[in-house]
Write a protein that binds this ligand. Structure first.
Ligand code: FAD
Length: 282
């Protein structure tokens, strides 16, 4: 969202993401002939500004209403990120290791020992990851923590109704009924924060067994979201939807920790960061 907004304003933007594709927690993957949304399951629309994006996406056939007030990507949530990344200068599979300010620029060092420089930077990784990369402490942000989430993608041999108890099974969605998977009974199960924390170090096989119980799955995969949902507040409050770091060279932090813990919050934060950067550059 930030990159597209800046690009429309004539700024040259390079997007770097350590993932194989852009989208982060708006994650969709195929396996064994099925397709799973395994991060964000849907998005809500509360801000008029975001509603104008949702309407444009709906007109293009990119998103559709799934349940009351819940929109989904027509072919999975990641398709929205894929759409947003069109036309951008994008480098995926590149992990930034360190960010430091030097001679009026930001220098980024990557895991490939590459060095890149930028006149200005927006960083949208989860806050603890951002703080670990940055050349300076930002004490106001230390209180931002995240709930974890174990996400199990499973192809069941028959429809099953799980007991949604808020922890072992906090959420279940059938990707086939949702309309994104061609294969019946391809379900995504999210565990709650306490179950996820308690079972974090447990092997994938054991986690699958604990979640599924005696329900038989013909195939399954587990994903561990270490930074699933921001739960702390930063002391500056959330009113501005992004955070400008005090530095000679512009650096804005954005993402759901600043705009609200959901897809819409991250989107609004990205737009706010781009606008703040444009003001700063002007
Ligand atoms: C299991 C789960 C279920 C959810 N369900 C919903 C839902 O139903 N509805 C809803 O609205 N929201 C939901 N959310 C929340 C929603 O997904 C997030 O709020 C939103 O996607 C966050 O977007 P973001 O851009 O702030 O962060 P992210 O999507 O986390 O993006 C951060 C990006 O930074 C990249 N990155 C991190 N470190 C580095 C590095 N060192 N170098 C390079 N790149 C790096 C990552 O690869 C990632 O792409 C869910 C989240 C999870 C995990």
């Amino acid at each position: 969202m930030a990159a597209q907004h800046l690009k429309r304003s004539g700024i040259h933007v390079l997007v770097i993401d350590k993932g194989n594709r852009p989208g982060g927690r708006m994650a969709t993957r195929p396996f064994e002939g099925a397709i799973f949304d395994y991060g964000a399951q849907y998005f809500t629309v509360r801000h008029e500004r975001f509603a104008s994006y949702q309407r444009a996406w709906e007109t293009k056939g990119l998103v559709r209403l799934w349940e009351p007030e819940r929109y989904i990507g027509q072919s999975g949530m990641n398709s929205i990120a894929a759409h947003l990344s069109q036309g951008l200068d994008l480098r995926c599979g590149v992990k930034v290791r360190q960010i430091y300010e030097s001679h009026g620029q930001w220098t980024l060092e990557t895991d490939f020992d590459e060095t890149m420089t930028a006149d200005a930077l927006i960083v949208t990784s989860p806050v603890p990851q951002t703080l670990a990369m940055l050349d300076r402490p930002i004490p106001e942000l230390n209180s931002i923590a995240y709930d974890r989430c174990l996400a199990l993608m499973a192809i069941l041999n028959a429809p099953h109704s799980f007991d949604v108890d808020g922890e072992r099974v906090a959420w279940i969605a059938d990707n086939h009924r949702k309309g994104i998977s061609g294969l019946a009974n391809s379900v995504t199960i999210h565990s709650g924060p306490q179950f996820s924390l308690d079972n974090w170090e447990v092997s994938a096989e054991e986690v699958a067994q604990r979640i599924l119980g005696d329900v038989h799955a013909t195939a399954w995969k587990l994903h561990r979201w270490k930074f699933a949902k921001p739960i702390g507040q930063f002391s500056g409050g959330r009113t501005e939807n992004c955070f400008e770091v005090s530095s000679a060279t512009p650096l804005i932090l954005a993402g759901d920790a600043f705009g609200g813990p959901r897809v819409e919050g991250a989107a609004i934060s990205g737009l706010a960061a781009a606008e703040r950067l444009l003001e700063r550059l002007a």
